[in-house]
Structure formats: structure tokens, C-alpha cells
Design a protein around this ligand. Structure first.
Ligand code: AMP
Length: 575
């Protein structure tokens, strides 16, 4: 029997996905042809001599691999008001700002209707696979989503985050309805200008509609953790609001106040039941299923730099499964999670062969295969790592996304990718090379020592390559949930230093051309300050990723971290 709810037919969506993934090679050829037929006469492609050809070989011969830096002048002209077909024939409807947490400043990316269409496509596909394992009833979702600030570019285009561009599109609401993912909060909360007020009201609306909530989600896992950390502090006030039917005076934004007050009625019974349930919890373990009894799972991006938050998320989620969301970027979507039962640390993403044209630069250990030729989607090998190159319907041609992925297997003839890390080396003093993943491994090892101590946990972390001191050395910042003994922190510091096993690092540490690793413990709340710093610069909380390395361009963040450092340890690992 076909599973059909409203305008959503689960089995048909899965069947169509199976069709394209079985014929990935042909679909890739056709997708490139379509992109080039549509955009062949743009200034960018014409200038590169493609002359109407749409086959893969000509495309590769004429079009160079580029980074965002290469496209900046073109995108700037679009932002400044040049309406000629520069990168795309279809009009650019707005500019997306990528989160910019790594580079320190947001990148401009063109946004058009194609990206909205692709987003709805991937939402439907991953919902279909999720729904097959965890069928939802008619209902809503408690979604911690936030529109971000927007401004007009010189040429009059709206510039905001890609997710805000999607939330504002007219297709978003209807798709969310079709896939039982309608947000429990009104738009005024999603688009409110004050993050803390929106967060409070998301929690409140989620409680008011608790019976209907089918799952709890956010774009990135970090937002769910932040939300429940706030809930731990604000739950009594939330209960009071529900009991009296009067919204807390902390909500001063008139639009949010009106919209939420309109759905808030005195409900002492609901308030008392929430109060009792919260009181009965032990250290907030399982708060989500306790209060949202019909929720089937917790959903969001939990891979890559979000992996760190899954421990905390598991704690709040209790018995509910954590389901990893799609893999994509402001530039375009890449793959869907079609195995929702797989836990976050082994989640993979099946590439959507009709969403763009994909190429892969083989990396083999990432040591200097810079000149290896990119290969096609169906030519990749299981177990190998690659840098991913995308060509999209939204004006990016052979664009280096900067992500490293590993092929874990195939779904039909389409690869399943595991996200490994951003390609940029994040920690390097001289000949050493350490990536985000290496840092994560070092932090994970040391966290084991921390977790062995009762009630201690690492809330967040980042790093910095200090080249000013001589010799240079790695600095790691940690925020803990409680005070730790100095001996424990010293051994964590030593452990991290030892866990960076890159030969360049180990050799340099041995001969002293890299100094002892430094662990700085910062005051509680410091990473919130880092978050607020990014929000004040236009990043949306839904898109925020704690930068795992603070680059020299991020001086303001370094200042926040240093100002709030309360304890400092230097590794004794190599003495
Ligand atoms: P942004 O353009 O700011 O949304 O950031 C996009 C980047 O976030 C990607 O290039 C990845 O590095 C990372 N990212 C997005 N989705 C995932 C995912 N499912 N798993 C791991 N990292 C992801």
C-alpha cells in the first residue's frame, strides 16, 4: 500500500530516488548537460570557451577548478546590481552568507530558485527514508530554527543566510506541512530579531503543542543543545507562563509577544504536569521524551564539527534515537541520510546525482596529492578519501567546497560519503599538519580522562596556532560544566599533546621546534559569548558552528577566549 499523506507519497519518493541512484552515471551526464544548456551563455562560461558544448570531457577541458576567492569578483558585481547573466541565466534572487565561522567573515554566495527547489527535494527524500523507519503521525515538529538578520547589498539584493532564504521561500511552509514538520512556533518567533527571546518562545510553543510534536530538531545539533541548556535554567518560568497564560516580561519584542500571547491560555494542568516531570528527572536525562511523549526521534546535523555535541544530545534525548540530517552547504546540497537508524558517528550521505554535477579529488592521506585529477561520482573507490568539487544549477562550476569525504560504500551505483573534515589544515606551526578531525581525536582522547571524573564534561572547545611565541605551539581552549582538579587537567593537556600523531608534529615536538601544547580552561559561559559575537555579525544561530580553530583574522574571538581564561596548563608530554 502506498504511504500517502497530503502531498507526500513516501514510496514514490523512495522509488524515484532508487531510479536516479541506480543510473547515477547517466544521470550525472544529463545533469551536467542541463546545467550547461541552461547557463552556457553566461559571461563566466562563455569566457572560458565552452561554446555550447555540454559533455563532461569538454567541460573538464575548458573549466578550471576554482575556490570562492576566484569567484568573488563575479559575485560582487551581482551583489552590486549587475543584472546581466554573469554566473546563471536564471535571476539571482538573493545573496546567501555562509556562516563564516572558519574564515572569520561570511562569504557571499549567489542564491536562486534552483536552490530552494533542491532544498525541498532533499527534505522530502530524507523524510521519506526517516518515515519508513520511524513513521510519524499527523503533527508538527519542535524546531529550533532562526531566521537571521538581513541587509540589502549595494545592488538591492537581500543578503542573509542560506537557511533564512529557504525559510522565507513560499515552498518551505507547504513542504513542511507535507512532511509533518511544521514548526510549533509562529513565524514571528522564527524571524525574531533577538535570539534569546526566540529560543524561549520556541521552548514555550513546543510545550504548548507537546502532544502534536513528532520530532525535535534544528539544522545543527549545537542549537538543540543550546536550547536545552537554556531550558534547564528557564523551565520554572516557562511553567509559570503556561499556568497563568501570561507571557514572561523577558519577551519585549512586540511581534513575538503578540504572536505567542495569541496562542497562550492559562493551563494549570499542563503547567503542573510539566513541573512534576521536570522535578522527577535526574540531571535532565531524557527530558525530551519525558515532555514530548509522542516524539519519535531527535533530528539535525550531528556529523563533522557537530559530533562533539552528540554526547550531550544523547543525554537530553534519553531513549529516543538521534537521526543525522542531510549533508550540504550554502553553496548547494550534496547527500541525504537514507539510513536513519545509523548512529551519528557512522552516518553516511548518499549523493543526489540529479542535484548537481560532482567530482572528487583523490587525497590518499592528504599529503600533497594536490595535482591528482578529479574523478567522477561513480568512479570513486570505497575506503578512499576525496576533496569534493561541485557544479550546481546556482552558478558554481567545478567549485572546491573545501570538504574532505570518505567513500564508505555504494547505494545502488551512487557513493555513500562520510564527512571527514574541512580540507584546510587548521593547526600548523611549521612542518606539522593537523586537521579538524585530528583535533577532534585529541580532544576525544583527553575527554575520556575528564569523563572518568564524576560529573565532569567538556561543553565546548576550540584551538589556535600560536606563532607569536617562540617556538610556536598549539593552544586549546576548553569550557567545562564544573570545576576540575588541576591534576586531571594537566593529564588532559599531556594526553592531547601525545594524541597528535602527525609525524611533522611529533618530530617538531621532540626537537623543540614546536613548544608544549597549552590548555586554557575558560569561564563557564565563554562559548556563549563567542556565539553572541558571531550573531552580532549576522551569523544565524541555526547555522553557527563553533570554529574549531581561531584563525588570525578572528582576533575578536581570541580576545574573548583569552579574557575569560581562568586556568592554564602546559603539556609535560615530551619531557
Ligand atoms: P554553511 O555553508 O555555513 O552552511 O556550511 C557548510 C559546511 O558545513 C559544509 O561545507 C560542511 O563542512 C559542513 N556540513 C554541512 N552539513 C554537514 C553534515 N551533514 N555533516 C558534517 N558537516 C556538514
Amino acid at each position: 500500500m502506498l504511504e500517502k499523506k497530503g502531498n507526500f507519497n513516501m514510496e514514490r519518493v523512495i522509488q524515484e530516488f532508487d531510479e536516479v541512484t541506480k543510473n547515477a552515471s547517466r544521470v550525472q551526464r544529463e545533469t551536467l548537460k542541463k546545467i550547461l544548456e541552461e547557463n552556457g551563455d553566461t559571461e563566466y562560461l562563455q569566457g572560458l570557451g565552452l561554446r555550447g558544448r555540454t559533455d563532461i570531457d569538454s567541460f573538464r577541458a575548458c573549466i578550471p577548478l576554482v575556490t570562492h576567492h576566484d569567484l568573488e569578483p563575479y559575485i560582487q558585481r551581482i551583489a552590486d546590481g549587475d543584472t546581466a547573466p554573469i554566473l546563471t541565466r536564471k535571476p539571482v534572487t538573493s545573496i546567501s552568507l555562509s556562516s563564516g565561522t572558519t574564515q572569520g567573515k561570511p562569504k557571499y554566495i549567489v542564491f536562486n530558485e534552483e536552490l530552494v527547489h533542491n532544498t525541498m527535494q532533499i527534505y522530502r527524500i530524507s523524510y521519506a527514508f526517516r518515515n519508513r523507519e520511524f513513521p510519524t503521525e499527523k503533527g508538527k515538529a519542535l524546531q529550533f530554527i532562526y531566521g537571521s538578520k538581513q541587509f540589502e547589498t549595494k545592488g538591492g539584493l537581500t543578503a542573509t543566510t542560506a537557511t533564512t532564504n529557504v525559510y522565507r521561500s513560499h515552498q518551505f511552509k507547504s513542504t513542511m506541512c507535507d512532511i509533518q514538520s511544521q514548526c510549533t512556533s509562529p513565524d514571528e518567533v522564527i524571524f525574531g530579531s533577538d535570539f534569546l527571546q526566540s529560543l524561549y518562545c520556541h521552548l514555550l510553543c513546543g510545550l504548548l503543542y507537546a502532544d502534536q510534536v513528532q520530532f525535535v530538531s534544528a539544522t545543527f545539533a549545537h542549537s538543540i543543545v543550546v536550547a536545552f541548556q537554556s531550558f534547564e535554567k528557564d523551565w520554572e518560568e516557562l511553567c509559570r507562563d503556561i499556568k497563568t497564560g501570561v507571557l514572561s516580561s523577558r519577551i519585549t519584542n512586540p511581534n513575538i509577544r503578540n504572536a505567542v500571547s495569541a496562542i497562550l491560555r492559562p493551563d494549570p494542568e499542563l503547567a503542573d504536569s510539566i513541573y512534576r516531570k521536570c522535578e522527577g528527572l535526574s540531571n535532565w536525562y531524557g527530558v525530551i521524551p519525558e515532555l514530548w511523549t509522542n516524539a519519535k526521534y531527535v533530528y539535525g546535523i550531528m556529523t563533522g564539527s557537530m559530533e562533539h555535541y552528540t554526547r550531550k544530545l544523547r543525554h537530553y534525548a534519553g531513549r529516543l534515537p538521534l537521526v543525522c540530517a542531510e549533508y550540504g552547504s550554502s553553496e548547494g546540497w550534496i547527500g541525504a541520510n537514507v539510513d536513519p537508524l545509523t548512529p551519528p558517528d557512522s552516518a553516511t550521505f548518499v549523493v543526489l546525482p540529479d542535484i548537481g554535477f560532482f567530482e572528487f579529488i583523490p587525497l590518499r592521506g592528504m599529503d600533497g596529492c594536490e595535482h591528482a585529477e578529479p574523478i567522477g561520482l561513480t568512479e570513486v573507490q570505497v575506503g578512499e578519501e576525496y576533496e569534493i568539487i561541485i557544479t550546481t544549477f546556482a552558478g558554481l562550476y567545478r567549485y572546491r567546497l573545501g570538504d574532505v569525504v570518505r567513500v564508505e560504500g555504494f547505494y545502488n551505483s551512487t557513493p555513500r560519503l562520510k564527512f571527514i573534515c574541512r580540507r584546510n589544515l587548521i593547526l600548523s606551526i611549521n612542518i606539522d599538519k593537523n586537521t579538524e578531525k585530528d583535533l577532534q581525536l585529541a580532544v576525544d582522547e583527553a575527554t575520556k580522562l575528564l569523563l572518568a571524573e564524576k560529573k565532569l564534561d567538556l561543553l565546548d572547545f576550540t584551538s589556535y596556532a600560536d606563532m607569536v611565541s617562540d617556538p610556536g605551539h598549539y593552544v586549546i581552549f576548553w569550557e567545562l560544566n564544573a570545576d576540575a582538579k588541576d591534576e586531571v587537567l594537566q593529564s588532559c593537556c599531556d594526553c592531547m599533546d601525545r594524541t597528535f600523531v602527525d609525524p611533522g608534529y611529533v618530530g617538531s615536538r621532540r626537537i623543540g621546534t614546536i613548544g608544549p601544547l597549552e590548555l586554557n580552561v575558560v569561564e563557564r559561559g565563554t562559548f556563549r559569548k563567542v556565539l553572541y559575537h558571531f550573531l552580532s555579525r549576522g551569523t544565524s544561530v541555526g547555522q553557527f558552528k563553533t570554529p574549531r580553530c581561531v584563525g588570525p583574522a578572528n582576533r575578536a574571538v581570541l580576545e574573548i577566549l583569552n579574557e575569560h581564561a581562568i586556568k592554564r596548563f602546559f603539556s609535560m608530554a615530551y619531557y
